[in-house]
Design a protein around this ligand. Sequence first.
Ligand code: ZN
Length: 79
Amino acid sequence: MVERDERKVIILKEVKHYICEICGTEYNDKIKAQHCEKGHCKPLEIIKERYLSVGNNAKGYPLEITVKMADGTEQKYKR
Ligand SMILES: [Zn+2]
């Protein structure tokens, strides 16, 4: 008499994915993730700040900042 092995073999598929460390986007393709990472332009320093009076903005944070970017351009950010 032959005894049957009732254990089932579960086959799992392993999926590799890549994450852009700068924006957190996930890609299945390594090249696309590298392209995303290389495509981001990082800020270097704040070169201008614009504030409202404390009466209009008790927290005191700037309303607008201008940032010098790694590619040499100046970019304005607003709250
Ligand atoms: Zn990215």
